[in-house]
Design a binder for this molecule. Sequence first.
Ligand code: NDP
Length: 275
Amino acid sequence: MTVPSLQFNDGHAIPQLGFGVYRVDPAETERIVTDALEVGYRHIDTAALYGNEEGVGRAIANSGIPRDELFITTKLWNTDQGADATRAAFASSLEKLGLDRVDLYLIHWPAPARDLFVETWRTFEEFRDAGTATSIGVSNFRPQDLDRLAAETDTVPAINQIELHPFFIQQGLRDYDAAHGILTESWGPLGHAVADVLGSGPLAEIAEAHGVGPAQVVIRWHLQHGLVVIPKSNNRDRMAQNFDVFGFELTDDEMARIDGLDTGTRSGADPDTLN
Ligand code: NDP
């Protein structure tokens, strides 16, 4: 199965479906990412915060999969913002991953009270210029943060990774991203293990109509909206289910019914206050 790619504003591309490893136990990460690679995922989303970059790195190294067939994302944690700390943190992430470059490096949160994300972004531009981060992007950025990057730096982020699922569809921020040439990537795409998205009314009915499970319907909803999506599972059968989403298509009416589940309520942290 070839996963479609979406084009970044920098000329590079990202596989639209990846595998997330938030809250994957570092001791289990090598096995779980190995399972994911065997299932067929080629795009892995980790972060310094998750404490499992080494496990991701070991799984990559042992897989025998050529580096250019993989797409690896990691993220800079808030306490490492600022030029010098960012350089040290990036070197540490590369070392833990056992890589000489990542495909995508993200500022994990704007952390507005620190007021360091503009300086941090200029340091990200150095990594992009040096080729150690092929593409650079942000996560959890609000329009006002993106406006500051546009006003004060030379690079528009390739992507903005944000909480996004049927209970929190983020239409306003998606529209902002699209208008500025920024892809949107959905974190917590199945509900972040908090919101009972998969158990909600219309999903079971829509899933039954297509002979698939509710998680497959939700992943399909992200894909058909042009979002990059990175579901997490510790379970190989569910990983495989979540990857088996290219054999059916939701109708416009089904897409609209899922859009209608929006409550406007987050399941995770708020970028206004997380620092
Ligand atoms: P998800 O929305 O991917 O949900 C994961 C939960 O859904 C787990 O409890 C998992 O359980 C369960 N699940 C997975 N597949 C199925 C299925 N087919 N049927 C039923 N249940 C299923 O949550 P995450 O918060 O992990 O988000 C995905 C990724 O996004 C993260 O791993 C991380 O990479 C990224 N992320 C980024 C953030 C950021 O600030 N930038 C914040 C949070 C996440 P089980 O494992 O038992 O299958």
